[in-house]
Design a protein around this ligand. Structure first.
Ligand SMILES: Nc1nc2c(ncn2[C@@H]2O[C@H](COP(=O)(O)OP(=O)(O)O)[C@@H](O)[C@H]2O)c(=O)[nH]1
Ligand SMILES: [Mg+2]
Length: 172
């Protein structure tokens, strides 16, 4: 089984840190991602190909091109920077496809609480699987990638369909 997943989110929210944490065990100094890079993670006979994107606007069309090939979309935002959640909502309003699995990682929960964000996301976007993350949590990256694999392997009928109007996730 092979899952293609793409990490999407503003620059600096921690996408590369999460992936590197899972793959190389210890967090090293992370260089900014330019464009799209591929990483690989294997768990319980499932291969996860991870496309790590740069959040720069210049790469919007590049991200769209890679996203089309993926069956799992992983949004990442920074709990201490609410505007990064708005960016996720904008991406999701543009990309949402009922055939794909969606995840939203609220990263940097060591800096700010995720509670309000979780309520908002799960209420507005029931099709998105909400996850918390912090570089300080033991095995953080692995736990997240394993959850993505397990949930991505679930049958489609287990996934909820949206019940609320879209585009209503404006951050105050
Ligand atoms: N406090 C805190 N900082 C983090 C966390 N995850 C990543 N960072 C830092 O955020 C910065 C940007 O991370 P990076 O992975 O390059 O973000 P990307 O642009 O989304 O790939 C780096 O300095 C990381 O060390 C976290 O959970 N908590
Ligand atoms: Mg990066």
């Amino acid at each position: 089984m092979v899952i293609q997943c793409i990490f999407i989110g503003n620059t600096g929210v921690g996408k590369t840190s999460i992936i590197q944490q899972a793959i190389s065990k210890k967090a090293t100094r992370i260089l900014p991602t330019v464009g799209v890079e591929c990483q690989h993670y294997r768990f319980k006979e499932t291969d996860l190909n991870i496309w790590d994107t740069s959040g720069l606007d210049n790469f919007h069309s590049l991200i769209r091109m890679f996203e089309k090939q993926c069956n799992s979309i992983v949004y990442v935002f920074d709990a201490s920077s609410p505007s990064t959640l708005q960016s996720i909502c904008d991406w999701h309003d543009e990309l949402y496809d009922t055939r794909k699995k969606y995840f939203c990682i609220c990263n940097k929960i060591d800096l700010s609480s995720s509670k309000e964000f979780e309520t908002r996301i799960t209420h507005l976007y029931p099709e998105i699987h909400f996850l918390e993350s912090s570089i300080d949590i033991t095995d953080n990256g692995k736990r997240l990638l394993q959850t993505i694999i397990e949930y991505s392997n679930q049958k489609d009928e287990d996934i909820l369909t949206p019940s609320l109007p879209r585009s209503c996730c404006k951050i105050s």
